[in-house]
Design a protein. Structure first.
Length: 261
């Protein structure tokens, strides 16, 4: 075992998995090689290896920021954590994670579940995640309590969320936003509302930007905001502010950016 642990091939294999987990699905070869050397010189000391990984240019590079797809466990956990929701039904969570394809403690290979996007991101997986988001935010997930107004208040009272208010340009009709108004540095694009729906006002835009900053804390694409705008405009005229806020939260959870870590 000592000879195997000290093998350069072992060092490369373990460091490759570490880089794949913390940096990118396709581990940068140069980083793997450097960490393998650290592994060998430190005799496999995991603390030394992880310190070298965290201090590496690749780990701190914009290129590899927010580019790993969340596993089902990470997605469900982040949904509760980022929304400030306290889980009340562990059994329902276990069943949900199993439905998403990652039953707890039941990975057949000894190496555990794969951590790459190709294992977790497909149309069926996205539907499962969207269904979970809608159920959770609308109080239909195993009698789980959800408080979107509290989440919005939390975001407004933190520097990250409140800072986005200064980036929102006050506008009137939605058409005024389509001519280049910038929200959080992203061009806002608005589609024509349905006949039985109402356009989202500037208040909804402010709420959306705060929720995105609070729950994602990373840039959100113009395409994502365009799709969220379209969904908002399908809200019935009689929808309450809480209904709109619940929908916004679900859409943020279902966004491509929220799927990443």
């Amino acid at each position: 075992m000592t000879i195997l642990a000290a093998s350069p091939q072992t060092a490369h294999f373990i460091c490759s998995l570490l880089v794949q987990h913390f940096v990118a699905d396709d581990p940068p070869p140069a980083l793997v090689d450097r960490l393998a050397k650290v592994y060998l010189t430190s005799h496999g000391d995991i603390k030394t290896i992880l310190r070298a990984l965290i201090a590496s240019p690749e780990f701190n590079s914009r290129q590899y920021f927010h580019n790993k797809v969340k596993t089902p466990v990470e997605f469900v956990a982040s949904s509760f954590r980022s929304s400030g929701t306290e889980p009340q039904n562990p059994g329902a969570l276990v069943n949900t994670i199993q439905t998403m394809g990652m039953p707890l403690y039941r990975a057949l290979p000894p190496t555990g579940y794969y951590l790459t996007a190709d294992q977790w991101m497909n149309s069926s997986a996205l539907v499962d995640r969207l269904n979970f988001s809608y159920a959770l935010t609308n109080g239909k997930f195993a009698n789980q309590k959800f408080d979107a107004p509290k989440l919005l208040a939390m975001g407004l009272l933190t520097p990250t969320g409140a800072g986005n208010l200064t980036a929102v340009k006050t506008v009137g009709a939605p058409a005024a936003r389509a001519d280049g108004a910038k929200l959080m540095g992203v061009a806002a694009v608005t589609a024509a509302p349905a006949a039985d729906a109402h356009p989202a006002g500037p208040g909804a835009e402010v709420a959306l930007r705060v929720l995105e900053a609070t729950m994602i804390s990373a840039p959100v694409s113009a395409q994502t905001n365009q799709l969220i705008d379209k969904q908002l405009e399908q809200q019935p005229v009689g929808a309450s502010p809480t209904d709109t806020l619940n929908l916004l939260t679900a859409l943020v959870m279902g966004s491509p950016e929220f799927q990443m870590r």
